[in-house]
Design a protein. Structure first.
Length: 274
């Protein structure tokens, strides 16, 4: 039996919730981690048979009320809840960007931040625009201008990303969210196929069905010219171009990372001198 995306997501999320987290007794042998199907059904107020049919893909048209109850039962955060509603066909399909064009005024704004790496990328994680210091930070995109390729297929990724495993998990979760928003986008499907065929690590993480967007977080890099940096990243939706996101990095003032970022900016400025 072919399991639906909805069923696979429910099963994966169920495995991540412990009985203690939802106030249920943890008794008896558990063949798999997390909640049993009957426990999810009880928490959501649906029959066990109905929930089993949802997971197995035999029921594909649940009501919004049922999906909302399942989101609560599975303790889904907002990104996960929205993803669940999309998989159930209860949210409108996202608008697919017609082109990869980035608003010229946004490009001007990014260039006005010589000390802050900034990039714009789409749901397929293609970097559509970047300022000069971002180019320098990411080694002028020598391997690829796709962030998923940078993480999973660049041989130096594990050296460049000092917390590679965390970066990999978060990248797959974000890519999964974009895929759920526009599953028929040909570019997203192409990148997904390339990663499934070329990266065993991606295949393993993709099977977890994590789905969440980027949030305020720190990333640790090791750059071949300026050494170790810890940068905080802020992510913004580009309202004028649905599916595009702006990421801006900055370092803690007075820190060694701030000094390294300033040095990187100086190197960029020197290279750009006529």
């Amino acid at each position: 039996m072919t399991r639906s995306e909805l069923g696979a997501y429910l099963s994966a999320r169920r495995a991540e919730v412990t009985p203690d987290e939802v106030g249920l007794p943890n008794v008896g042998f558990r063949r798999v981690p997390g909640l049993r199907r009957e426990e999810v059904a009880m928490l959501a107020g649906v029959s066990v048979d109905y929930y089993v049919r949802l997971e197995q893909g035999r029921e594909r048209t649940p009501s919004a009320q049922v999906i909302d109850a399942l989101a609560v039962a599975l303790r889904l955060a907002e990104d996960g809840r929205r993803h669940l509603f999309r998989l159930a066909g209860l949210s409108p399909r996202a608008q697919v960007a017609v082109t990869g064009r980035v608003d010229p005024s946004l490009l001007q704004l990014m260039d006005a931040w010589p000390g802050n790496p900034a990039i714009v990328y789409n749901r397929a994680y293609d970097v559509l625009a970047s300022n000069a210091i971002a180019d320098a930070l990411f080694h002028d995109w020598a391997h690829s201008r796709n962030l998923m390729h940078v993480v999973f297929t660049d041989p130096v990724a594990r050296t460049f990303c000092r917390d590679w495993h965390e970066v990999a998990r978060n990248s797959v979760a974000g890519f999964r969210l974009g895929h759920g928003e526009a599953p028929d986008d040909p570019r997203i499907r192409r990148v997904l196929t390339e990663l499934l065929e070329g990266s065993p690590e991606f295949v393993e993480l993709w099977a977890r069905h994590d789905a969440r967007g980027k949030a305020l977080e720190s990333k640790r890099f090791r750059h071949h010219e300026v050494g170790a940096l810890t940068l905080t990243m802020q992510t913004f939706d580009v309202r004028s171009s649905p599916g595009q996101e702006l990421v801006v990095y900055h370092a803690e003032p007075g820190s060694s990372s701030s000094e390294a970022l300033a040095l990187l900016g100086s190197l960029v400025a020197t290279e750009r001198q006529p």
